[in-house]
Write a protein that binds this ligand. Sequence first.
Ligand code: SF4
Length: 256
Amino acid sequence: MTAATNLSALQAPGMTRAVQRHAHPSADFDAKLARTQALLQRAAADCAPVTQASSLGAEDVVITHIINALALDIPVFVLDTGALHPETLALLERTRATSRAPVTVYRPVQEAVVQFVAREGQNAMYRSIDLRKACCGIRKMEPLARALKGEKAWITGLRREQSAARAEVPAIDTGEARTKFNPLSDWTWGDVWHYIATRDVDYNALHDQFYPSIGCAPCTRAISLGEDFRAGRWWWETSDLKECGLHVKTTEGAPA
Ligand code: SF4
């Protein structure tokens, strides 16, 4: 049973689900999908070991679905920061139960989390950007380094349309220590939801509550009509470059 099915009974009358609101494909959707499939096949054939980083957001469930549909040898990993929404954790369990590709969960070092919270408090991320980045470092970046250890390449759901900081995202990024494939780089939000709608892909129930971008619960809110795609991430910060570090490069080209 999909999240869409689960939620159907909970929708207020007249409220449309994300899959109904957004599924409007580009005129060249079929060609984009064919390029994405070819790119993933190339990643599996030429760049093994390669893995998909999934936040369990809409883009990532599409990529996992294509990996499974093509029976590609690309395992998936999820960073469970210990601060995810219940909806995301529920989708994680469903994905682990149904995915052909193995799904591995990486969690932060508990001791580091306990010490950080004891020292700075549960809501330290709201006090300064440095504290927010320190929290991301413990809960995301350190587990990410473990997840990518030994991998030749990784696959992300980055799209150029998501933010100004991602406007130049290439389909294949060789500017880091390992190759990064961004197979949906030229997809629109409508393309993503068209794929979900036409393949009946299970998706994160938060999308039905106006969360276009999925992150940790304390740092992600729903957006309003007209707000930017990533306006709900670290919304109290004013920087245009709101990233947790996973996709930020240093001047040397390595992940920050
Ligand atoms: S997104 Fe928020 S809760 Fe999650 S790791 Fe970063 S600062 Fe911590």
